[in-house]
Write a protein that binds this ligand. Sequence first.
Ligand code: ZN
Length: 258
Amino acid sequence: MINLLLTKFKKVLLLLIIGAMVFTSTGHALSDDYFTWKVEPDHTETMVVQQRQCEVIIRAGEYQGKAGKRIYVNNSTVNLPSDIPVRNDGDGKGFYVSEWDINVKEAKALVTKLQAQGINAKLQVAYSKSEDLNAAGRIANKSNPKLYVSVHHNYYDANSTGYFAMYNPNNQASKDAANRLSNAINNNGKVPQRACRENTGYIGELNVINSSTVPVLLELGFFSNISELEQICSDSYVEHVSTNLAKEITIMLREQYQ
Ligand SMILES: [Zn+2]
């Protein structure tokens, strides 16, 4: 009995010594409250674990009012649902639709469906330049989700069409997730599927994410193409995309990242 107590005491002492060593060598562990210690009762291993505050973050790409991320439209002929604002800056250039509004509609629908399926999903929306792109990754890292999905729509020319997913080429899980999410929505009957793309440039959302989070960026159609703009804003497309992404994300979280 005494031997057993001594063995236990040694283990506890060892834990305290290792804990003290790591605490002194990593100062941030003391200041950031989302870093915690995980000490299994029967092991002498000590490691730093950043707690997950949610399973998945769905980010609405861009920020409110971002210049350049807009398409000018004829407000008397364009066919858009009432929750997509047609804005006028009063600068004489006319009426426009902002990418951010489309991203917010799709991201909100997706988060609502994920939550209804019991997933701890968080919506990340930016209202100013200070929360754009690179900052978006750093903001997401504080919640340390298993999966980070950023919802965007694309701008090129009036005939551009199709959706695709982007991934971090240095992260196989990011590539796999991009393929799964892209394939989940390929039968939408409106916006054609294009091949997934590597993020060869610097997109902070995909590069500054913690290694414990799998990042994917979705470009869900071209808003520079007026007929595709009408499709991607429509309730039926948003319903199809959010339903099928939510299903696939739920499967991924339950099967792959537990
Ligand atoms: Zn965008």
